[in-house]
Design a protein around this ligand. Structure first.
Ligand SMILES: [Zn+2]
Length: 244
């Protein structure tokens, strides 16, 4: 079975604890999940080229998932990107991104780079070449318009991403269908209605997954270090690549 490659541009939660980079990852060096503030720096460090990212998929509009977009647009404009790019996210992603980017780099959209903005909504499967993406609503910040996880198929492999979420039906649905599930794990034991923790929630996520599937934990606090006896579960690190 073909391997999937997950390269983490960051693994920290919103507080960048201990100097960790904010969470985000590349799949097969082509599909970027999240655009955290340091996304461009991290992509450069991983040696990702200006034309390599085919699509950016945003789960929700919190700043740690999203505020790296102006720098990506700046690079694409000035460093010779030639391919179109898709930017995918919940409704209003284009409007919010345009406000942020045009206020910070006013000419950044005066660019030859073609951007296709794609609204992701639950129940509407998206196809980008050989990647298909099913947006799933998850439980996070109710004051944002929509918080998404993504169930994906690439070639013959299924993977999923939780976005930011507390335990909910959407998370368990994503966990059941995955060969690889990239899940947030924002603390060891903090109980909130917007995030999952290692003690209470991650064992339920793992139990919902197939025995041969792999769980990658990200969006971490810096004391998430030991998964105990959970099988095939990895706490990811900044700039590491996992082939699964
Ligand atoms: Zn969030």
């Amino acid at each position: 079975m073909a391997e999937l490659e997950f390269s983490f541009i960051g693994s920290g939660n919103a507080f960048a604890p201990g100097g960790m980079c904010w969470n985000g990852f590349l799949v097969d060096r082509r599909f970027l999940f999240e655009a955290p503030p340091q996304a461009l720096m991290s992509l450069n460090r991983l040696g990702v080229g200006v034309d390599d990212v085919e699509a950016v998929l945003l789960s929700h509009h919190h700043g740690d998932h999203f505020l790296g977009l102006p720098f990506l647009l700046l690079q694409w404009k000035h460093m010779g990107r030639t391919r179109p790019v898709r930017i995918v996210g919940p409704p209003e992603t284009e409007q919010i991104a345009r406000q942020v980017c045009e206020r910070t780099y006013p000419t950044v959209f005066d660019s030859p780079v073609e951007i296709e903005w794609v609204e992701a909504k639950p129940g509407e499967t998206l196809r980008f070449g050989d990647l298909s993406v099913e947006p799933v609503e998850v439980k996070h910040d109710r004051k944002l318009n929509l918080n998404l996880g993504y169930g994906c198929e690439l070639g013959t492999r299924q993977f999923a991403y939780s976005g930011d979420s507390a335990m909910c039906d959407g998370i368990l649905d994503l966990a059941r269908r995955s060969d690889v599930f990239v899940s947030e794990c924002s603390s060891v034991s903090e109980v909130t209605d917007v995030h999952m923790n290692l003690r209470d929630d991650i064992p339920r996520v793992r139990a919902a997954m197939r025995a041969d599937a792999h769980l990658l934990l990200t969006h971490l606090s810096d004391d998430v270090r030991d998964v105990g006896g959970l099988r095939d579960t990895t706490i990811v690190s900044d700039f590491e690549t996992y082939r699964l």
